[in-house]
Design a protein around this ligand. Structure first.
Ligand code: FAD
Length: 218
């Protein structure tokens, strides 16, 4: 599985949302600092101030986490199994755009090597079963003209999918809590780990209290 962070909105919007609620915009200590070589504007970088960071920690502790919905992340997830995709889709407060099986079935029809289409579980017997199933499907599709909306039914659960996933920080906290736990499906735990790693370092503190196991090595 390959996961890429395509885009994230700025933390600045969360500060503005919280301070709007408390009418304390003037107390924000975040902003652009000029630490570049020549103090020019192009080197200015927005930085989170200690007061604002403490405020975010406070709203998390007091469960005022609707303000975190203003912070969003978009990921490109490639190579997640259909088995894991149906679990990912259970997270209702996120948006998914998944590559249509119309195109993957076309690739199966034309491909000489089917192994790259399947997620490896690490169990040779189980992986062999999935492979045989896909080979059988390919053989059938070569001799029979079956429409794609029927041909997708025998696809194995280990068949790889590709999608764009957009989620806000409140929902991502819930996802990381549930899917980094030891009870979660191994592939979902792998996904949670990859996603957490890709969150920009200065935003990781928003999620740290909700991540089990993922941060053990850090
Ligand atoms: C270890 C594990 C085992 C699981 N096993 C199963 C299983 O055997 N069978 C199965 O069907 N699912 C199973 N699930 C999926 C689980 O039940 C959830 O559907 C999934 O984790 C998404 O969580 P969520 O509803 O909190 O997320 P989201 O859908 O993103 O919702 C986020 C939060 O919004 C609120 N919310 C959303 N919708 C509603 C609503 N309609 N009413 C009230 N509040 C709402 C809730 O507070 C919820 O926590 C499992 C999940 C895990 C992590």
């Amino acid at each position: 599985m390959e996961v890429t962070l395509l885009h994230n909105s700025p933390l600045e919007v969360v500060i503005k949302a919280i301070r709007k609620c408390y009418a304390s915009e003037g107390k924000s200590d975040s902003g652009k600092s000029f630490r570049g070589h020549d103090d020019s504007f192009k080197d200015a970088k927005w930085e989170l101030g200690p007061k604002d960071k403490a405020l975010i920690r406070h709203i998390i502790k007091s469960d005022h986490t609707s303000t975190l919905e203003h912070l969003t992340f978009s990921f490109d997830i490639d190579g997640l199994s259909r088995a894991a995709l149906q679990e990912l889709a259970r997270h209702r407060h996120a948006s998914l755009s998944v590559k249509s099986t119309r195109y993957t079935l076309k690739e199966i029809r034309e491909s000489e090597d089917l192994e790259p289409f399947l997620v490896d579980t690490g169990d040779v017997d189980l992986d062999g079963l999935s492979y045989a199933q896909l080979c059988d499907l390919q053989a059938l599709l070569k001799v029979k003209d079956v429409p794609n909306d029927r041909a997708k039914y025998p696809l194995p659960e280990s068949f790889k999918t590709s999608l764009i996933w957009t989620i806000n920080a409140r929902s991502l906290r819930n996802f990381l809590k549930l899917r980094s736990s030891k009870g979660a499906l191994w592939e979902m735990r792998d996904l949670a780990e990859e996603v957490f790693k890709l969150i920009p370092n200065d935003m990781k503190f928003v999620f740290e209290d909700y991540v089990e196991g993922v941060t053990d090595d850090n």
